[in-house]
Design a binder for this molecule. Structure first.
Ligand code: SF4
Length: 350
């Protein structure tokens, strides 16, 4: 019967016990620390990439104490390849908080977990249910998709739909092993309940799925209307020193590209003039071309259109939070800066 949480829960538990994905952070009896690291990594990074990076990160920082004792830069360095470095900085802040305020022990419920930096409702629910068997849901976009289909929710996104999804997820989590149910939901979303072309015929919860019965799975959940991204003009400076190194600067800890490294850049109208004034150098078009190198980059809500200029004139005074770096060192660099570096290298060799 569709919408029956008991039948769905039983099916999810049975599926997980036989077919759970073999992932490094699920092996053995993972500690709350390992579960926490995996959940933060999984927030905005694909499972395959996290699988590659997880073990090395744990080897470098095997305990919350080692993570707290490390410098923020070392944590960001170990985070390379995972993107969204704000997570690495929050991870470090949370580790310090756990060591200094909780004697190195994890808060063992959702409420306590939510007070740590970088842990929102979904992540707190995932950690609390998996590590501490608290009967709480963990609903991210993937679980939401599965539940909207299970319940046949055809309404637009909004508070009403959110409430229905959360109520159902909470009912599913009323299990002796809520972590198993929540992880099974994640596995079903990844293996069967795909955004396009869901594999309903093989899905372990198809018997209790309303969308399967109605034959409209692919059209659910109804998406919000798309808004056009705002365009952001950016001027970027590729400034080389006498030793061939390149000037890089670190963003403030808030706002766009928070805390990431970039080539010096300014945004908005008159960006090039502002950048020249800030650095105290004249910026030129690479290899005396007719147009600056153009780099396009999409952020969630913005389309970045960047023009990359060059200068072999070093600033008399380096801007704050800047330093010279090897031109092929992209550690902690924003994706936009990495694209700019690639574009300049290609222009040089053309
Ligand atoms: Fe998703 Fe189809 Fe499974 Fe329903 S039966 S949960 S729509 S894959």
């Amino acid at each position: 019967m569709s919408g029956d949480p008991d039948a769905t829960r039983r099916a999810l538990e049975a599926y997980y016990r036989r077919h759970a994905r073999d992932l490094p952070w699920r092996r053995g009896a993972p500690s709350p620390y390992a579960i926490w690291i995996s959940e933060i990594m999984l927030q905005q990074t694909q499972v395959a990439t996290v699988t590659e990076r997880f073990t090395a990160f744990l080897e470098r920082f095997p305990t919350v104490e080692t993570l707290a004792a490390a410098g923020e830069d070392a944590v960001c360095e170990a985070w390379a390849g995972l993107g969204y470095y704000r997570r690495a900085r929050n991870l470090h802040r949370a580790a310090v908080c756990i060591v200094e305020q909780h004697d190195g022990r994890f808060p063992n419920d959702m409420k306590g977990l939510r007070e740590l930096p970088g842990i929102g409702e979904y992540t707190a629910g995932a950690i609390a249910s998996i590590a501490f068997s608290e009967q709480v849901p963990a609903v991210d976009g993937n679980a939401e998709r599965v539940i909207c289909r299970l319940l046949g929710l055809a309404g637009p996104p909004g508070a009403k739909r959110d409430r229905a999804v959360k109520d159902f997820a909470s009912a599913l989590a009323r299990s002796r092993a809520p972590g198993v149910v929540n992880q099974a939901l994640m596995d079903v979303s990844a293996a069967f309940c795909l955004p396009r072309s869901p594999r309903c015929e093989a899905c372990p919860v198809e018997a209790s799925c309303a969308a399967r019965a109605a034959g409209n799975a692919e059209s659910l959940p109804v998406k919000a209307e798309k808004r056009d991204r705002k365009r952001l003009q950016v001027a970027i400076a590729y400034v080389t020193g006498t030793d061939g190194r390149v000037l890089a600067e670190q963003r403030p800890t808030d706002g766009l590209w928070a805390g990431q490294w970039q080539l010096p850049q300014n945004e908005g109208s008159g960006a090039k003039a502002k950048l020249e004034k800030r650095l105290g150098v004249r910026l030129a078009i690479a290899r005396n071309g007719r147009e600056p190198i153009a780099v396009r980059h999409l952020l969630t809500h913005r389309e970045v259109v960047a023009k990359v200029y060059t200068s072999a004139q070093a600033p008399e005074r380096l801007p704050s939070r800047s330093r010279w770096r090897e031109s092929d060192d992209t550690t902690g660099m924003s994706a936009l800066a990495r694209k700019a570096l690639v574009a300049v290298t290609a222009a040089k060799s053309s």
